[in-house]
Write a protein that binds this ligand. Sequence first.
Ligand code: HEC
Ligand code: HEC
Length: 440
Amino acid sequence: MSSFNFMNKTTYFQLAVFIVLIITSLVYSACRHEPDIFIEDKPIISTNCSSDTVYFQNEILPLLLSTCATSGCHNAIDAKEGIVLVDYPSVIKFGGINFEHPEESEIYEVLSSDDDRMPPPPAPEWSAEQKDILLNWIKQGAINNECQQLECDTINITYPETIIPILQNNCYSCHNELIQEGGVNLKDYETVSEISQNGKLLGMIKRLNGYSPMPPNQELDLCSVQQIESWINDTTFIPPGGGNDHPCDPDTVYFQNEILPLLLSSCATTGCHDEQTAEDGVVLVDYASIIETGKIKPGDPDDSELYEVLFEDDPEERMPPSPKKPLTPEQKSLIEKWILQGAKNNYCDADCDTTNVTFSGSVWPVMQTNCVGCHSGGNPSGDILITNYEEVALLVDNGYLMGVIKQEGEYKPMPPNGAKLSDCDIATIEIWIKNGKPND
Ligand code: HEC
Ligand code: HEC
C-alpha cells in the first residue's frame, strides 16, 4: 500500500515539473527573437590548428568552390535559382544553416536528397566523409575559420596520406571516373604520375604561364603546393618506355625492380589480392594500391600491415597463407628495407651483367621474385611447379620457359596480367640456357 502511495506522489511531482518546464519554454521562446546572424567575412585565423576542428577556409570552401560554385551552377555569375556559394557570407546567406538541428541544414540535406540531389547527377555525390566534414563544421558553429599552420610538413609525405587528400579536396570533383574535364581522371595513379613527370601538375597548381591554372576557381594553398612539389622531387617515376638515366645504387631497394614483381607473384594472384578478388579489400597490383590497402607507413615497417602479416604465427593468417610458402627471410628483409627507406615509388636501370651467369646467383632469384609465388604450394597455378632446379630445367627442355617469358607464340605470357620480365632478366636466362643450364 505505502509503496503505491509513494508511486503516486512521484508521478504527480514529475507531472508538475513537466508543466512548469513547458510554460517556461513557451514564455522563453515567445520573448526570444531570432538572433541576427552576424556575417563575419574575415576568417578567424588559427596557427595552432586542431585536427578535431573543421576549418571553413581550408576544408569547406574548396569543396563548395569545386563542386557547387562551378560555371552554370552556383557561381556569382550564373547564380542558379538565385543561390550563390562562393565565400563565407554567401554560404551563410543561402545555405539554410540550421544551428539547432545541424542535420536539417539545407546545404547538408540536399547532398543526400533523392529527388534533387546536389550536385545533380552526373556529378558524383559527395562522399560520406565529405558530408561528415560539412556536418561537423555546422555542429561546431559554422564559423568562418581558417587554419594557417605555420609549419608545412614537407618531409613525411606519402601518396595516400598526403597527395590523395589534396586531390580529393581540390580536384576529384572535376576529374573522376565519370567527369573527366580535359579528358583527365585524377583518381587514376598513372595519370597523376604522368602529369607529375612532365611538369604539368606543378605548372598548373603554381599557375605558371602556359598552363591552365588548376583548380580553376581558386588557388591551391601554399602548403599543398609545397607538399606536391616535394613528393614529385622525391619520387622516381618510371620514364615512359624505360630509360637509362637512373643508375642503381646497391644500397637502395627499388620498388619497381624488386618489390612490385615480388608482390605481384606472391600476393596479387587470382583468388587473393588481384583487382577482381581484392580479398579483405586489399589490392596489391601497383604502387598506389599497395601503399593504400597494404597500409604501408613509410619509415615504419612494424606499423605497416603488409609487412606485419608476413610474420603471423597462424599459417592461415600469415601471408601468403598456407598451403603457400612464407616469403624467404631475404624477401622479408627486402620489404622491410624498402619501407625503412621511405617506401618510395622508385626505379633504377640495372646494368645488365651477363658475365657471371649462374643458376643460383642469376636465374633462381628471378624465378623467386617473379614466378615462385604462383607456381608453388599445394595448388600451383596451371599445375606447374617452379620450386627447384629440376623443375626449371624441365621447363627449359620442353621449350615452355623461354616461350612464356618472351611472351611469344602459343605460350601463355608469364608473369601474367601485362607484367613482363626485364630485357636483362630474359637475356640472362637465355645465356644460362646456352651455357647448358648448369646447376651452379
Ligand atoms: C571546377 C572544376 C575543376 C577543378 C576543381 C579542377 N579542374 Fe582541372 N580541368 C577543368 C577543366 C574544365 C579542364 C579543361 C579545360 C582546361 O584545360 O582549362 C581541366 C583540365 C585539366 C587538366 C588537363 C589540361 C591539359 O592542359 O592537359 C589537368 C591535368 C587538370 N585539369 C588538373 C587538375 C588538378 C591537378 C586539379 C586540382 C589541383 C584540378 N584540375 C581541379 C576543371 C577543373
Ligand atoms: C600471378 C600468378 C602467376 C605468376 C606470377 C606466374 N604465373 Fe605462370 N601461370 C599462372 C597461371 C594462372 C597459369 C595457367 C595459365 C592459364 O591457364 O591461363 C600459368 C601457366 C604457366 C605455364 C604454362 C604455360 C602454358 O602455355 O600452358 C608456365 C610454363 C608458367 N606459367 C611459367 C611461369 C614463369 C616462368 C613465371 C615467372 C616468370 C610465371 N609463370 C609467373 C600464374 C602465374
